[in-house]
Design a protein around this ligand. Sequence first.
Ligand SMILES: Cc1ncc(COP(=O)(O)O)c(C=O)c1O
Length: 376
Amino acid sequence: MTEIPMPAHKPARPFFSSGPCAKPPGWEASKLATDSLGRSHRSKIGKARLQLAIDLTREVLGVPDTHRIGIVPGSDTGAFEMAMWTMLGARKTTMVAWESFGEGWVTDAVKQLKLDPIIVNAPYGEIADLSTLDLSTDICFTWNGTTSGARVPNGDWIADDREGLTFCDATSAVFAYDLPWDKLDVTTFSWQKVLGGEGAHGVIILGPRAVERLESYTPVWPLPKVFRLVSKGKLTEGVFKGETINTPSMLAVEDVIFALEWAKRIGGLPALIARSQANAAALDALVQARPWLGHLAQDVATRSTTSVCLTVEGADEALIKSFASLLEAENAAYDVAGYRDAPPGLRFWCGATVNTADIEALGPWLDWAWAKVQPK
Ligand SMILES: Cc1ncc(COP(=O)(O)O)c(C=O)c1O
């Protein structure tokens, strides 16, 4: 293959990592409010800023008043494991997994909690047949498979009269899809994904049935302090008003307030969803124009519009590594190699904080890198 000259035009912001993701457009560290830094998180200002982060989350996502929103330790992993550790075991559990993070929750359920769950798997790029799940069991699932680019299309499969609880790891889905809150008893995410915030803290959203479970059921296993949401049989309501279990990073809190205010300013959830869809469409146009690129998720209905995973003709790990390194070295695209446990491929974050023009600018760079990685 002949060499292709290096393209002249680069993406203005070459940030395509699937977590931590690109900061919101216009973000600068100097624009963050700092009055709460160096203060106790339990001071008036500290609590007010934590409460503001919760209130803005509710407003942007349209979370109903029936649901509580808490900021918890340990990023999304902390939030999801908190939910598993505090609520599972009361009834039979179904673990649904279609990529590595979902599989991680299966390992937790089987090896750590020793739950003997029903396990429903699907290969990378696909999701399970959700219509066959037994809703009398508790169901743990990942809405958007960040490492496979496959996502749940909607919540129609979750019956309103379900007996079990639904536990949704929504970390790369929330702020990018319209989630059916009345069907999600527990939802978790971290700020580092679609909002372009920082890691470290997780968010847990609890519906009324989850609260009922927490107040009526005590697991047989010990609970570390960072997982405890109940005191003397009652939900610790303070956690859902910004009285965090332990010390949060107020810098991360200020950062997410910036992101949520940006989200609000540009038009809230519909605008975030539209930006993500436009990015995914722009990337798809690049894929369609290149026979050597394809989608790991074949079915458009279950294809992610955030973590878009691409197959590359004949690629193995070494080729993907070279491809991604070439783009990184030229500051054309950072962090675009697929996840280490996924089939070798490229992955481009298309969440709302990415500008569509930057996805469009990738086309010539993909051709340039592709030519370079061909055997001479
Ligand atoms: C679907 C999913 N679940 C969980 C995690 C872990 O998130 P965190 O690192 O915020 O704990 C990730 C991170 O990429 C993810 O994509």
